[in-house]
Design a protein around this ligand. Structure first.
Ligand SMILES: Cc1cc2nc3c(=O)[nH]c(=O)nc-3n(C[C@H](O)[C@H](O)[C@H](O)COP(=O)(O)OP(=O)(O)OC[C@H]3O[C@@H](n4cnc5c(N)ncnc54)[C@H](O)[C@@H]3O)c2cc1C
Ligand code: FES
Length: 276
């Protein structure tokens, strides 16, 4: 049997940056032709993004319209700084989309994003709004100028999107953590699913809250990725061996309860454990 290597690698394609959006003080969205994707990206799926001369790194698909798709970048190191510095007309390479993504099956969804973790959740919020399903969206950041998509998603109030903001320093919304807002929402309302992405410690707290309340949860994990498509094993989780790039990045509450490293450690590019 011959393996279709191009399909496995996610049909690598180069494309030009069409537009750059400054989302807040730090984060930028890079828009490019939607046609580079081998198939329609689903909310929560990611792409392997090649920055010529720098690196290739995983990035969630945060925008997908008829013409353009986009990635929202938080500059934290060499690759993300180079990506965030790109301008209209610069060249990038895209493979994907990869991973399972979020499935918008909930009737009463609670969506919780911490920091850059809002990137994979943006399309999910839009999908629920387009389906006519009301949603509560908790957007948390350290301070107001690091909030992602808060204004844009507040403008979807007529489509049933209720945005709740939390900042560590109280510069906007509730002063406190995303989990403080979630605890209040869970006391006052019924939800049938929590969708989340953000710092892993936050997701562990949400997973515990969800388990205690008997609510399903779908959490998107980040692990070091080299191939993005199941070849290298660098994103394997202990002890299940699940690959974040194939079985994830989104895991259910039941799967998370079997992943012993969830909230405890991840691994660097050489496989060495890094405590979270
Ligand atoms: C599925 C997935 C989706 C992601 N989506 C986004 C997104 O939408 N926006 C965004 O800004 N970031 C996203 N990230 C994180 C992003 O890939 C890393 O921040 C980036 O690779 C850092 O590279 P660097 O050279 O800038 O920084 P470095 O200084 O090299 O690393 C900074 C941190 O990123 C981690 N990292 C470095 N390289 C990789 C890699 N190849 N794979 C995974 N982690 C790595 C390092 O372990 C370290 O913790 C995502 C990661 C994953 C796994
Ligand atoms: S990144 Fe290579 S197997 Fe997941």
């Amino acid at each position: 049997m011959t393996m279709n290597i191009e399909k496995l690698l996610g049909s690598p394609r180069s494309t030009l940056v069409e537009k750059v959006i400054q989302e807040n003080r730090r984060d930028r969205t890079i828009l490019f032709s939607r046609d580079v994707f081998s198939r329609e990206p689903k909310p929560g799926q990611f792409a392997m993004v090649w920055i010529p001369g720098v690196d290739e790194v995983p990035m969630s698909v945060s925008y997908c319209g008829e013409d353009f798709a986009g990635l929202t970048v938080r500059p934290v190191g060499p690759a993300t700084e180079a990506l965030a510095a790109l301008k209209r007309g610069d060249l990038i390479g895209i493979r994907g989309p990869f991973g399972n993504g979020f499935v918008a099956t909930a009737q009463v969804p609670l969506i919780v994003g911490g920091g850059i973790g809002m990137a994979p959740l943006r399309l999910l919020v839009h999908e629920f709004a387009n389906m006519g399903v009301e949603s509560d969206v908790v957007i948390a950041a350290r301070k107001s100028d690091e909030l992602l998509f808060a204004e844009e998603l507040q403008s979807l109030a007529r489509s049933g999107v209720r945005v709740h903001v939390a900042t560590d320093d109280g510069s906007m919304g509730v002063k406190g953590l995303a989990t403080d807002v979630v605890q209040e929402l869970l006391t006052a309302h019924h939800f049938d699913m929590i969708y989340t992405c953000g710092p892993e410690k936050m997701m562990v707290s949400l997973w515990r809250l969800a388990m205690n309340k008997g609510i399903d949860i779908a959490a998107s994990l980040e692990r070091y990725m080299k191939c993005g498509c199941g070849l290298c094993g660098s994103c394997a989780l202990d002890p299940t061996g699940d690959l974040v790039c194939i079985q994830g990045p989104v895991f259910t509450g039941e799967q998370l309860s079997r992943i012993k490293e969830f909230g405890v450690y991840s691994r660097d590019s050489t496989g060495v454990r890094i405590p979270l």
